[in-house]
Design a protein around this ligand. Structure first.
Ligand SMILES: C[S@@+](CC[C@H](N)C(=O)[O-])C[C@H]1O[C@@H](n2cnc3c(N)ncnc32)[C@H](O)[C@@H]1O
Length: 246
């Protein structure tokens, strides 16, 4: 597999939605994101819909959630096969096939950008370039809502490392996100987690996710102090300055 994450999904469009619906934590994240993302957007934009850009939109999973809340909606990705699926789900969104780290869009006046299931996988130089590219597309004061779906700093990852059973090669935690985003002019306003109670591999089952206990425990994940220890969390960041450097 290429070490450049840009090439990771070029031919995955027809399989992607099924691949992430396997009943595991992947599916649970999707279910929770359908609840959390609209609530966050409504909270950020209570009176008027934002001009919205979904970066690395893929098959339009997040685009289709935010599109109804936006006054104008764009999706951008480098994979034609992924964007072909997205276009079927999002009639009000204009999709652009482009790597915005090398060529900006014509429009750079977005109020809101999202990027989901991207930063956890991408390599560091691409992560940095994307933070800057997103910032260049946002107005000052605009919001960037994204997730880290492979949290190196989760309670479960820490427990696994202590017991020598660490299986994932994730390397992104909140401290690293802050370091990578600072030159792009972003500051974190809050974090909203998913699945803090996923502390052991044996609880990663469809039954656990649909249980009453999960429903009872899950709201704790959304606390700002708890989110950085969840296996996945959403970051709400605000553009406070223009990016520095190239
Ligand atoms: C795991 S998918 C996530 C799709 C969607 N955001 C979601 O949450 O389901 C990652 C996407 O990032 C895209 N990607 C990778 N590098 C990119 C880049 N430089 N510019 C735009 N898209 C990129 C891939 O083509 C792929 O569609």
């Amino acid at each position: 597999m290429s070490s450049d994450y840009r090439e990771s999904h070029l031919d995955k469009g027809s399989r992607y939605d099924d691949d992430i619906s396997d009943g595991s934590f992947n599916s649970y994240m999707t279910v929770r994101e359908r609840v959390l993302v609209p609530a966050i957007i409504r909270d950020l934009f209570p009176s008027s819909g934002p001009k919205y850009l979904d970066f690395a939109c893929g098959t339009g999973r997040i685009t289709s959630i935010v599109e109804p809340l936006a006054r104008d909606s764009r999706g951008v990705d480098v994979s034609a096969s992924m964007v072909a699926e997205a276009a079927k789900k999002c009639p009000r969104t204009r999709f652009v096939l482009r790597d915005i780290t090398t060529q900006l869009l014509d429009e750079t006046d977005f109020d809101l950008a999202t990027a989901f299931r991207f930063f956890g996988n991408a390599q560091d130089d691409l992560r940095s370039a994307v933070f800057k590219a997103i910032s260049r597309h946002l107005v000052v004061g605009g919001y960037f809502v994204f997730n880290n779906h492979r949290n190196h700093g989760s309670a479960r990852a820490i427990l696994q490392r202590i017991t020598g059973r660490f299986e994932d090669h994730a390397d992104l935690d909140l401290a690293k996100i802050r370091r990578l985003m600072a030159p792009a002019g972003f500051e974190i306003e809050r974090t909203v987690g998913i699945g803090w109670w996923q502390l052991a591999h044996r609880w990663d089952t469809p039954g656990a996710y649909s249980s009453g206990l999960a429903r009872f425990l899950e709201p704790i994940s959304t606390l700002n102090a708890v989110a950085p220890y969840c296996p996945a969390y959403i970051v709400v960041a605000r553009k406070v300055a223009e990016p520095t450097g190239a």
